[in-house]
Design a protein around this ligand. Structure first.
Ligand code: HEC
Ligand code: HEC
Length: 265
């Protein structure tokens, strides 16, 4: 095969020789009116998950995407197509036009932060040990582990470090993930049953108990069906996981990249 000079450069930079997309850089960069429109669009469509400052709530911090090497075109495609099998939705036309995505990106650019000053820390190999010792009983990563809690195979890329630290250090109260809300059922006789709620209607409730058995109950046959405030996940204070082990654990989680949708949830 005969290489042209342009193809060699393109290969070296690993860009496609003939890019299809019309705009590869943001046509609205620095345009005050478009940035204002983008801010409004961001607040309506993105802020619930990414936070009004884009530093992340239920979803990652997206103020560092350029610093981490993402391009305008790549970000445009991520927003247009979403991230499959995650909570990041797609924003397809006609509801979301190209210019609306570019506006949001022009706004995000104004929030863009420089590369983080603290380099990634922690030892992923030790973090995996900490995970196996404390977490794998309730959580799966990459297809193996317990099922009482959600799959964590992407949690390192989809949540901020702060959100993860809070979640691990303190037991969540209220605001439980759908499908994992803690519940206690008191049958007519025998001990109470603890679990997480999978389904509920007026008359019945379906739970996964702490031994991962799915069980259904008719509510009016039970002494009580109680929604708990405290998460089924215990808090892991520094006496259980040292600050150093926590750094290692977060590093380990951040190395994970995905799950097999067939075994997820
Ligand atoms: C329902 C919640 C939700 C909404 C709404 C949402 N996102 Fe996301 N977004 C996520 C999650 C979760 C991820 C991480 C997905 C993953 O990789 O696991 C993500 C990832 C991203 C990424 C990729 C970050 C990276 O480092 O690759 C970008 C960019 C992004 N979102 C931008 C947006 C924009 C812009 C909007 C509004 C137009 C938006 N998101 C709306 C939840 C959301
Ligand atoms: C006894 C079972 C149990 C153990 C042990 C456990 N978890 Fe959890 N975890 C859960 C449950 C159940 C939820 C969902 C609860 C909720 O939303 O209230 C959860 C939620 C989480 C979340 C939030 C997920 C999200 O989507 O934001 C993270 C992060 C997490 N756990 C990490 C860990 C880590 C790390 C460990 C080990 C140090 C651990 N968990 C140990 C049961 C457990």
């Amino acid at each position: 095969m005969k290489w042209t000079y342009a193809a060699l450069i393109a290969a070296a930079l690993s860009v496609p020789v003939a890019a299809q997309a019309p705009a590869t850089t943001n046509p609205f960069q620095g345009n005050a009116e478009r940035i204002r429109a983008g801010m409004a669009g961001f607040n309506i469509r993105c802020a619930d998950c990414h936070g009004t400052d884009a530093k992340g709530v239920r979803a990652p911090d997206i103020t560092q995407v350029w610093a981490s090497g993402r391009t305008d075109e790549g970000l445009f495609n991520t927003i247009r197509n979403g991230v499959p099998n995650t909570e990041m939705p797609s924003f397809p036309p006609p509801r979301t036009q190209d210019y609306e995505i570019w506006q949001v990106l022009a706004y995000l650019r104004t929030l863009a932060a420089p590369a983080p000053t603290d380099p990634p820390r922690g030892d992923a190999a030790n973090g995996e040990k900490v995970f196996r010792a404390n977490c794998v009983g309730c959580h799966r990563v990459n297809g193996s582990g317990g099922r009482l809690g959600p799959d964590l195979s992407r949690v390192g890329v989809s949540r901020t470090r702060e959100a993860l630290t809070t979640r691990i250090r303190r037991s969540a109260e209220g605001d439980h993930r759908a499908g994992y809300a803690p519940v206690t059922i008191q049958p007519p006789s025998g001990p109470a049953i603890q679990g997480v709620k999978k389904n509920e209607d007026t008359f019945s409730v379906q739970i996964m108990d702490t031994r991962e058995r799915i069980q259904g109950f008719e509510k009016d046959k039970m002494k009580s069906v109680q929604d708990n405030i405290r998460s089924a996940m215990p808090a892991f204070g520094p006496e259980r996981i040292s600050d150093r082990d926590l750094d290692d654990l977060l590093r380990y989680l951040s190395t994970l990249r995905g799950f097999d949708p067939a075994v997820a949830q």
